[in-house]
Structure formats: C-alpha cells, structure tokens
Write a protein that binds this ligand. Structure first.
Ligand SMILES: Nc1ncnc2c1ncn2[C@@H]1O[C@H](COP(=O)(O)OP(=O)(O)OP(=O)(O)O)[C@@H](O)[C@H]1O
Ligand SMILES: [Mg+2]
Length: 379
C-alpha cells in the first residue's frame, strides 16, 4: 500500500500552461479520481505520474520518495489506457504475461500470476484467445490483468471505460470498485464522466483548465460545491442556475430577487454576502424542486420520462432554464405555465465570479442507514 503525493506540479508545452500548481496527496489504499472536461489536463497528469511525461516543475512522491526522475518501469506504477493497448498478435495469456517476461520473472511464477489475475478478472476460459475474439469489456479486463500482475504500488486508469457501451460501463464500474476493495491498492482514476467518479471514488478532485477547483468525497462535492463550476459538473440533471439580485443582507441571511420573487436564504456562518444590488446566482438541484402554487412561474418545454423519475424542463418568463426531477411519471402538458418551488435551505448561492458563499447544509441524520442483518447473510 502506497501513498502518492503531487507537490506543486506544473506542466507547460511551449507557452501553453496545461497544469498549474497542482498539489494533492492520495492516501495509501485510496481510490481517487480526477474529473474534468475534455482538454483540462487529466491524461497529461497521469502520464506525468507514470513517467511517460516530465513535469515542468514540482514533485511526484511515492511513499515519500521523489520519483520524478525515475524511468516508468522503476516507479512501481501500472497504467491502464482507454484504448486497451493490447498486442493483437498475442493471446490473452501472452498479453497479461508480457510485463513479467520483460522483467525476467521465472516461467512458473509468471504462469501462477497470470492464472491468478485471470481468475480475479473472470478470463480463465479466454486465455488462449486473441484480443480480436474478445468483447470490449473482456479486452479492458485483459488490460487491467496486465497491470495487476505487476503488483504495482499505484494503479493509474485513464478513462478505461469510455469505449464501452452504457450497460457494460455500469457493470465495469462495479467490477473496478470490487477489484479495488479486494486488492486494496492505491488507485488514481481519470474520467470526464462525473458518474464514474461519483460511484467509485473515495475522493474526487475536480480539474478545470489544469487547476484543482475542489477536492472532496462524492457527498461533499454534491452537497457543498465551493464553486459554480463544481456545482455544474457534479450531479445530473445539472443544478439549476438562476440569476438574480441581492436586495437585502444581514448577518443571518440574504434576500434574493429572482424573476420578481423575493427569496430569503440563510448564508454560511462567516461568509460575507454581497452588497444589496449586486448580482448573484442561486443554484438549486432539480431533485430539490417540486410543483408549488406560489413558486416561480415557468413554461414547460418538455418532460423526460426516465422510468424511476421524470425530469420537467421549463423556462421562466425571462428565459431562464429550470428543471425539476420528480419520482415516477408526472402529469403536465407541454407549454403549460406552472409554479415551481423549493426550500431556501436547499439552495446554493454564487458570486458572479462563481464562488459559493452559501453551500447547502445537509444533516448526517438525513442519510438512510442500512444495518447489517444479525447473521450477515444476504441469502
Ligand atoms: N504533447 C503535447 N504538446 C502540446 N500540447 C499538448 C500535448 N499533450 C497535451 N497537450 C495539450 O494539453 C491539454 C490537456 O491535454 P490532456 O490530453 O491532458 O487533456 P484531457 O483532460 O486528458 O482531455 P480528454 O478528456 O479529451 O482526454 C490540451 O489542450 C492538449 O492539447
Ligand atoms: Mg485524456
């Protein structure tokens, strides 16, 4: 089990700054994700950790040791790529064994490690096939097998599931999470898909243009985004962002005028709310919005029926988008003008620069708790 530390890592390609002042410690055994939009520097960061690319400045430490000048093979990390990078002319067995042959491990030990990895990844009956005869999910498991046999200190995953269809991605997320639980190895995962990051990670770092916007557990990022960018990126359907104006403030709260409605919102202790007259953005998640007689009026544009939930997409008179996510099916006509309400304590407030000065508070007691049954047996 190994700890990975990034200390003030910066990367420039010529004059282009790709990573800036990036510092983070991934704890021993932790599953950490870097998530962010295309081009924000995720692959560059992983390649720097793997040693395929040099940081312009800053340090990469594994268990306290600076590995920045070590060759990739000497760092004790294994990387799994989006495109699998398998050798097409080799069998599954040969592909998985490949890194072990290159370090000259005795044949018997190689066979044992390959058999063990194949068992873990349910590939035993595929060992003599070539990659072309495998499904996408099986190919990605071979690529993971090739990483496992090296017993790395740290696993690095670069969007390993993005070539798979939605159903298989869902299955593989669970398999990867189980693999992490079984191996207990430190894992760093990069993806542009917030669902993957949310479902598998102990902690997530949200990257925006090469900079970390916020680091936190999935629930922290969902409930307490510190910037509008994070609020927007985490959670689907995305948080509603309604622009308005601060009309009155005091130590306990702020009154915000949105579409000519006054909404009184408490602010975080210690936060300095903007002066009356300044622009603010009020964020509220679609799952916290419900039909209300006295709420904001908006015209229904369409209803997305997803089975378990329905998402109503509407527009306010001034053209702001408003979505509400409700359980089951809903009975509302297109173009109907209806009222949408929400509890002010469920809202977030952002400055025009995108900084949060009110983050929704959520009581731990509100989380449902499942208790194990007496004999711990699910059957
Ligand atoms: N070798 C290079 N030379 C010049 N610029 C590069 C090089 N490699 C990456 N970049 C630039 O660095 C930025 C970050 O690229 P990177 O591949 O790390 O993004 P990413 O977050 O992985 O994106 P995606 O989600 O599309 O995979 C991009 O603007 C890219 O064009
Ligand atoms: Mg990438």
């Amino acid at each position: 089990m190994s700890e990975l530390t990034l200390h003030e890592v910066e990367k420039r390609f010529g004059n282009t700054e790709v990573l800036r002042d990036l510092s983070l410690t991934v704890g021993s055994g932790e599953f950490a994700s870097f998530v962010g939009p295309s081009g924000c520097g995720k692959s560059t960061l992983l390649r720097i950790i793997a040693g395929l690319e040099r940081a312009t400045t800053g340090e990469i430490r594994i268990d306290g040791r600076d590995v920045g000048r070590l060759e990739p093979v000497d760092r004790g990390v294994a990387m799994v790529f989006q495109n699998y990078a398998l050798y097409p002319h080799m069998t599954v067995r040969q592909n998985i064994a490949f890194p072990l042959h290159t370090i000259g491990l005795p044949r018997q030990e190689v066979e044992q490690k390959v058999a063990e990895a194949a068992r873990t990844l349910r590939l035993t009956d595929r060992l003599s096939h070539k990659p072309a005869a495998l499904s996408g999910g099986q190919r990605q498991r071979v690529a993971i097998g090739r990483a496992i046999v090296r017993d790395p200190k740290v696993f690095l995953f670069d969007e390993p599931l993005s070539n798979l269809d939605a159903a298989l991605r869902g299955e593989m997320r669970i398999e990867l999470a189980e693999l992490h639980a079984r191996l207990g190895t430190t894992m760093v995962y990069v993806t542009h898909d917030q669902v993957e990051a949310m479902t598998m990670s102990d902690r997530i770092a949200v990257l925006n243009a090469g900079r970390i916007e916020q680091v936190g557990t999935p629930t922290e990022l969902y409930h307490h985004p510190s910037t509008r960018f994070v609020a927007d990126f985490i959670g689907r359907p995305a948080m509603n962002m309604l622009t308005g104006q601060a009309t009155a403030t005091d130590n306990n709260g702020i009154t915000v005028s949105i579409e000519n409605q006054e909404i009184r919102v408490p602010v975080d202790p210690g936060a300095s709310p903007p002066k009356p007259g300044s622009a603010v953005t009020l964020g509220v998640r679609p799952e916290n919005v419900a039909p209300a007689e006295t709420g904001l009026r908006a015209e229904v544009q369409m209803v997305e029926y997803l089975g378990g939930v329905s998402v109503i997409h509407a527009r306010t008179p001034s053209g702001q988008r408003l979505a509400a996510s409700l359980p089951g099916a809903v009975n509302v006509a297109r173009h109907a003008v209806v009222g949408f309400g929400f509890d002010p304590t469920d809202t977030h407030l952002f400055t025009p620069q995108g900084m949060a000065f009110r983050r929704r508070a959520v009581a731990a007691a509100a989380l449902p708790t499942f208790l194990p049954t007496a004999d711990g047996d699910a059957s």
